[in-house]
Ligand binder design. Structure first.
Ligand code: UDP
Length: 316
C-alpha cells in the first residue's frame, strides 16, 4: 500500500519509514526539515518504493492517493520545541487538521503520534491511558503538550464525526541511533558529554524519573497498533524507570567515560516522574519491550560515537 509519513525525516519518523518499507509498502516521507534531517533517510535514496517530499504539513501538499497517513511531524525534544514554539503549536493544530483531511480525502487510515507529555507532570503513577494528566496550559512546555492534546482531540473528532479509521499512540521517552546529538534530550546529551569527557549535566537533584524505550521496541509497538482496531490512545513505552542520576551512571558505565556529574538548574515544569502502564499494549497488541537501558545504550554507542566525531569535524 502507499503510505504517507509526515515528519518522515525525523528520528522516529525515519525509523518508521524503514519499518514500513520492510513490510513491503510504498512510503512517502514528508518533512520540512525544521528538525528532521536528510541524513536520516539518505540510505533510502535508491529505493524505488521510497519518495521524499520536502514540504510543510501545515501548508498545501499533494503526494497523490495513499491508504495510510502516519502523522509524526513535530519538534519533539524540549530544547527544539521551546525554540520552535509557534511552529510546534502549528504542526499540532493546522498540521494535524491537514493530515486528517488528507486521510479523509482518500479514506485512508490515520495514525497520530502522541506523547506521554499529555500526562504533564503526572499526579498518578504509573500513567494509565485513562489518566487525564496534569498539564500547565501556559507554561514553557505547553506549546508541545497542548498541541499534542489538541491533536488527540482532533483525531478522536475525525473518528466520531467522519468515521475515519484512526489510531493514537502515546510515545514515552524513546532513544537510539539517528537521534540528533544536539537536540538537548537527556540521552544524546549524556552520551555526547561522556564521549567528549565533559561533565554530565544532571538537571535538578537528578531524582526525577523517566522510563526509556529503545527505538526498535517503540517502532514494533507502533506498527502493531497501526494494524490493530484500537482507536483510543495506547501507551507504548518501556516501564523500566530510572532517576536521571541512575541514567547518568548507566551512560558512564556503557561508555567507560571518566566524566564527572555536574548539577544544573531544573527547567520549569519538568515532570518529576514518568512511567507508562503498558497493560493495554501488552493485552491488546501482545507487545512487550525487549531491550533494557544498558543494552540499548550499547546498541546506540557506535552511532553516538560517529555523531560526536562528525560534529567535531564540522566544527573545525
Ligand atoms: N535532563 C538532564 N540533563 C540534560 C538533559 C535533560 O538531567 O542534559 C533531564 C530533564 O530535566 C528531564 C529528563 O532529563 O528531567 C528528560 O529530559 P528530556 O529532555 O530527554 O525529555 P523529557 O522527558 O523532559 O521530555
Amino acid at each position: 500500500m502507499r503510505v504517507l509519513v509526515t515528519g518522515g525525516a525525523g528520528f522516529l519518523g525515519s525509523h518508521l519509514c524503514d519499518a514500513l518499507l520492510g513490510e513491503g509498502h510504498h512510503v512517502i516521507a514528508l518533512d520540512n526539515l525544521l528538525t528532521g534531517r536528510q541524513d536520516n533517510i539518505a540510505h533510502l535514496a535508491s529505493d524505488s518504493r521510497f519518495e521524499f517530499m520536502e514540504a510543510d504539513v501545515c501548508g498545501p501538499f499533494d503526494c497523490g492517493s495513499v491508504e495510510y497517513v502516519f502523522h509524526f511531524a513535530s519538534p519533539a525534544s524540549p530544547v527544539d520545541y521551546m525554540i520552535h514554539g509557534i511552529p510546534t503549536l502549528q504542526v499540532g493544530s493546522i498540521g494535524t487538521f491537514n493530515a486528517l483531511e488528507y486521510a479523509r480525502r482518500y479514506r485512508a487510515k490515520f495514525f497520530m503520534a502522541s506523547t506521554s507529555e499529555c500526562y504533564g507532570d503526572p499526579t498518578v503513577h504509573p500513567q494509565k491511558e485513562s489518566y487525564w494528566g496534569n498539564v500547565n496550559p501556559i507554561g514553557p512546555r505547553s506549546v508541545y503538550d497542548e498541541a499534542k492534546r489538541f491533536s488527540e482531540a482532533a483525531t478522536m473528532a475525525y473518528l466520531r464525526y467522519h468515521k475515519l479509521d484512526t489510531h493514537i499512540v502515546r510515545i514515552f521517552n524513546t532513544y537510539g541511533p539517528k537521534m540528533q546529538i544536539n537536540d538537548g534530550r537527556v540521552i544524546p546529551n549524556f552520551m555526547k558529554q561522556a564521549l567528549t569527557g565533559e561533565d554530565l549535566t544532571v538537571f535538578g537533584d537528578g531524582t526525577q524519573t523517566r522510563s526509556f524505550c529503545y527505538v526498535s521496541d517503540e517502532i514494533e509497538g507502533i506498527v502493531r497498533l497501526a494494524h490493530s482496531n484500537e482507536h483510543e490512545p495506547t501507551n507504548v513505552g518501556n516501564p523500566n524507570e530510572f532517576t536521571m542520576l541512575q541514567c547518568a551512571e548507566k551512560v558512564l558505565e556503557v561508555t567507560g567515560s571518566k566524566s564527572k556529574i555536574r548539577f544544573e538548574a531544573l527547567p520549569q515544569d519538568d515532570p518529576k516522574q514518568r512511567r507508562p502502564d503498558i497493560t493495554k499494549a501488552r493485552t491488546l497488541l501482545g507487545w512487550e519491550p525487549k531491550i533494557d537501558l544498558p543494552t540499548g545504550l550499547k546498541l546506540s554507542l557506535n552511532y553516538f560515537k560517529a555523531a560526536v566525531a562528525q560534529t567535531a569535524t564540522t566544527a573545525k
